[in-house]
Design a protein around this ligand. Structure first.
Ligand code: SF4
Length: 362
């Protein structure tokens, strides 16, 4: 029995694997059962909870599984969550949900010991990553893997930190060596791509209608999150509205909307938006909050970078880049009438704000 529960736990911890889909198919549970049978109410509620956890915390919690029945509900909650996400059909939610599932699996993989090499090996097979597990000189040494650089490039294209750049890794005969935690981070990328790839699913309208009761709270959470991320404006620490996002230049609005939607933006764009918002008077914590949706968000690293740009480490505070620099790095998002009159995004903001206030007085 213990073995059965253990296997159930393993499958429901990684519900995006083909073994998990096979298990669901072979269980004989139909789509009709899943969306309407009272027997599966727990799975439906857990499916809804998965998405709310993703919106609120950015990671889907993994419960302690104590029975096979619980493992089955946990496993079935995953396809139901996918159906809910698809019915809501929001691009930001798709990304946020996929990332939160991938992060949960990443944490689980990192925490796993003993049989961890088996599951890591299974994951590499699943995602078609050619990898060799290296023999180590002594038994307590950290596990190391070696992967073909082509696969390495495929899965690290979204990772912005410079430690992932190929030039910063030892490349030996077309292979890159990685520690276990680094390889698991790459697996997180593969999981994210897998989960996101088919979403939103093409769910018939009558099914979406039948389960609409489960989407109400999710939509509310989504709305709350949106408000917090700028649709209602940026507030300073004192709660006093000091910036007017409607006057932000197109380049900054574009970068912010990408960050809000969980799109991985290039380093130069992150620098530009951080410097711009610091110049606007936002504090470090408010800016870090904006980055929390990024796929590779790491609070310590982000804080370090923001504090560096703010000059908190004894350096100079950077000014936001000029329009010329923005153009050079491909970060100039457009040319509206106001853009024609300025050479700097900060001048754009000041000019537009002035014009807005003047119009309000008329
Ligand atoms: S012209 Fe300047 S202000 Fe306008 S979008 Fe480009 S970089 Fe931003």
């Amino acid at each position: 029995m213990e073995e059965v529960v253990k296997e159930g736990t393993r499958i429901c911890s990684y519900p995006f694997l083909s073994a998990a889909s096979r298990y669901v198919e072979e269980s004989g549970v139909t789509l009709d059962d899943l969306i309407s049978s009272a027997v599966f109410e727990r799975a439906r509620l857990r499916g809804k909870e998965r998405i709310i956890e993703a919106i609120k915390n950015g990671v889907v919690r993994k419960p302690v599984i104590i029975s096979n029945a619980q493992a089955e509900m946990e496993l079935l909650s995953y396809p139901f969550a996918r159906i809910l996400v698809s019915c809501i059909g929001d691009e930001y939610l798709v990304r946020r949900y996929a990332l939160s599932e991938a992060k949960a699996a990443h944490e689980e993989l990192l925490a796993s010991t003993g049989s961890s090499s088996d599951i890591i090996y299974e994951m590499s097979e699943e995602f078609g990553i050619r990898v060799d597990f290296l023999r180590l000189p002594h038994e307590h040494a950290q596990m190391q893997v070696q992967m073909a650089f082509v696969d390495y490039l495929r899965f690290t294209s979204n990772l912005r930190d410079k430690r992932w750049k190929l030039v910063n890794r030892g490349l030996e005969k077309g292979h890159v060596k990685l520690g276990k935690s680094e390889f698991v981070r790459i697996i997180q990328e593969a999981i994210y791509e897998r989960i996101k790839k088919d979403l939103p699913l093409d769910i018939p309208a009558d099914i979406c209608e039948a389960i609409s009761g489960y989407t109400v709270d999710i939509k509310k959470e989504l709305e709350e999150k949106r408000k917090k991320f700028g649709d209602a404006g940026f507030e300073s620490g004192s709660g006093f509205l000091v910036k007017d996002p409607s006057c932000f230049p197109p380049c900054i609005s574009y970068i912010l909307s990408n960050l809000k939607e969980g799109v991985n933006v290039p380093h130069s764009a992150r620098f530009a938006v951080t410097a711009f918002l610091l110049n606007m008077g936002l504090n470090e914590n408010e800016i870090i909050e904006i980055y929390k949706n990024s796929p590779d968000f790491d609070e310590d690293r982000t804080r370090y970078q923001v504090e560096h740009i703010a000059g908190d480490m004894g350096g100079v505070r950077y000014t936001a880049p000029s329009c010329g620099t923005m153009r050079t790095y491909g970060n100039c998002a457009g040319n509206d009438d106001m853009c024609e009159k300025v050479a700097h995004p900060l001048s754009y903001y000041k000019l537009k704000l002035k014009k807005k206030k003047k119009n309000e007085k008329i």
